[in-house]
Write a protein that binds this ligand. Structure first.
Ligand code: BTN
Length: 242
């Protein structure tokens, strides 16, 4: 079954990710089904944050995915899959974006898309994944947030449906790469990392320090060169200073 073979459109929902989770409980969803909403009343971001989006302007999307034989230790490939697919369609639209580790999509210093992946694990395998994507399409006013949209970058209105079908198409091309954990997927992710190979300042729990992002390790953790030494960081251990 292809990604996007079935699309459910909702006017308003608490969170499209929650909506998928409910369908899973009811056993009423299959691989590739997508849920889209005009508005979320409790949109979820990473690390318990909220995802705000003006009604009807942006893509608020969740996809139910059942990877073949993806072990927990390779779960970062879901992140690579989603970010690389987003990056590719943005490039086709004419926007050069990068991936702020672990999975925010940035244009310059502004966020254009966020990804929230919620996995269910069974016997050390990804049983299923709820891939949530918020992609700013036509919103122009972000009220002080460090964000942008496709329209803001390109100076013209975009049909959300056209963008979403481009995304499904790209994901269907990349799906087989995810299932074999193809190195090319990881390489594309790594080579498009925000601030890759640049000396920048970061914040850890204890201090500010200068470092150079060099890529990600086998587990998808950030690899950074600090004072000539290669270190790994997980999500809670590092903040970007923009
Ligand atoms: C982040 O950058 O913090 C992740 C944002 C993810 C937002 C999307 S919008 C559609 C889906 N439903 C949610 O509740 N969240 C994701």
């Amino acid at each position: 079954m292809e990604i996007g073979h079935k699309i459910v459109y909702l006017d308003s929902v608490d969170s499209t990710n929650n909506y998928v989770a409910n369908l899973v409980k009811l056993n009423q969803i299959e691989h590739g089904t997508a849920i889209m909403a005009d508005l979320q009343t409790a949109g979820k971001g990473q690390r318990g944050s909220v995802w705000l989006a003006e009604s009807g302007e942006n893509i608020l999307l969740s996809i139910f995915l059942k990877p073949d034989n993806l072990s927990v230790s390779h779960q970062a490939f879901l992140t690579y899959f989603a970010s690389v697919s987003l990056l590719t369609i943005l490039r086709k639209i004419g926007i050069s974006a990068s991936i702020k580790w672990p999975n925010d999509i940035y244009v310059g210093n502004k966020k254009i898309a966020g990804i929230l992946i919620e996995n269910s694990i069974k016997a050390q395998q990804i049983n299923y994944s709820i891939l949530g994507i918020g992609l700013n399409v036509n919103q122009l006013n972000f009220e002080g947030l460090n964000a942008t949209s496709i329209q803001q970058e390109m100076g013209q209105f975009f049909q959300r449906n056209e963008v979403v079908f481009m995304l499904f198409n790209e994901m269907n091309k990349n799906w087989s790469l995810l299932n074999v954990q193809a190195p090319t997927l990881k390489e594309k992710f790594t080579s498009n990392l925000f601030q890759l190979n640049e000396l920048k300042t970061y914040q850890s729990k204890e201090k500010r320090f200068d470092g150079v992002i060099r890529g990600v390790n086998e587990d998808g953790l950030l690899l950074m060169e600090v004072a000539g030494e290669l270190k790994t960081f997980d999500l809670k251990e590092i903040t970007f200073i923009l």
